[in-house]
Every structure is written in C-alpha cells, then in structure tokens.
Design a protein around this ligand. Sequence first.
Ligand code: MD6
Ligand code: FE
Length: 212
Amino acid sequence: MDLFSNVEPAHQTFSSGLVYLRGFALANEQALLSDLYQVILAAPLRTMMTPMGYPMSVATTSCGALGWIGDITGYGYSAVDPQTGLPWPAMPETFLQLAQNAALAAGFNDFSPDACLINQYHIGTKMGLHRDKDERDFAQPIVSVSLGIPARFQFGGNKRSDKPIQVLLGHGDVVVWGDASRMNYHGIMTIQPNTHPTLGNKRINLTFRKAG
Ligand code: MD6
Ligand code: FE
C-alpha cells in the first residue's frame, strides 16, 4: 500500500466540467469504511419512495446536518431521520476531510458540505439521468465518492438531450462537478455482476452537497 502513497492519483477534467480523481478516497480507506459502517448502524439504509409512489431500487441513508429524503410528496432535505425521529448521524471527520480535499483538488475552495447522501446499489440497479436540484446552494460543487463494485457513470450537459460521456467509477474513485456543470444531467447505468473484496456485491456512493 505504502509503495504507491507518493504517486499522484490520475486527475482528469472532461470538457463538460466533470473532474475525475482516480483512487482519491483510498488514502484513508480503512478509517473511511469504518466510519461508514458506524453511520449505517445509526441510520440504516432504507428504500425511499418516488413521488410516483414506487420504491427506489437504491437504498439510501444520510449523515450530516441535513439528510436527503424522498416520499410521496417529493424529494428534499430534513434535519431529522424520519425512520428514527433523531437527527442524522454527524458527518464523520474522515468524510468531511475527503470531500473538502477532493473539492480543492478540483479547484473548489471553501466547500462546506452539510449533507452526505449514502446510496447503496446492488447488481441490476441503476439511477436514471437526473440533476441534483433539491439543494439551496448551487454555488457549491457536488463531490461523489464511489466504493465497492464499479459502475458506469453517465455525465451529460445542461439539457437532458445532451449526449453524456461515460466514466467507469471504481472503488475509491471520486468525481466532482460544479459551477457551469453543477446542474448537469448524470446517472448510473445498470450495475453489472461483480464482487469487491470488502464490500461484496455492492456499490456504495457518497455524495456531498451544501444543501441548506
Ligand atoms: C452515483 N449518484 O451513484 C451518482 N444523485 O455515482 C447520484 O447522482 C445521486 O446517488 C442524487 C441522489 C443520489 C445519488
Ligand atoms: Fe445525482
């Protein structure tokens, strides 16, 4: 592990404004995963409802001052976990450091996320093209951390019809988007069968936002 600790991760900025940071989350992997398990123990993953009344295929929880919730009335943020009636678990320091360091590496100073949405995908699940528009502060970027089995991420433009690029996101990869691309369409293509040594047949995505 330490053999490679002085090697810069591969950074790439796509023309649509997406910044890709390969393996950026691996520097502190063990602490990050152990904090993730603590958060999921306190606020278990659960399936939210779409406004159409269907359960989402992706299981979700949150940490930080605000958590993302979905139900029949729509999507939004809440300071309280509706399942436990308690505030969401605090955002672990490892999460905050990672999000801020990734934002900085992508050229965004002063990222102050107050919400970390945790999504768990199993094989066969996907997330259709959408934009993240439930937050109040679009001046701040989105930082998205991928863990576990790989997924094909689609990142398009400001219009749904803009042809998306595809980026394979593996364990520890981080993508950041903001400014002109903050409202760009993006999604996850159907997760293909795979296994990861620690996370098994799951993919977990952490997305950090300034929601409030
Ligand atoms: C990803 N996730 O899983 C991208 N957006 O890599 C998202 O774009 C996303 O997981 C809104 C809410 C939950 C998400
Ligand atoms: Fe999204």
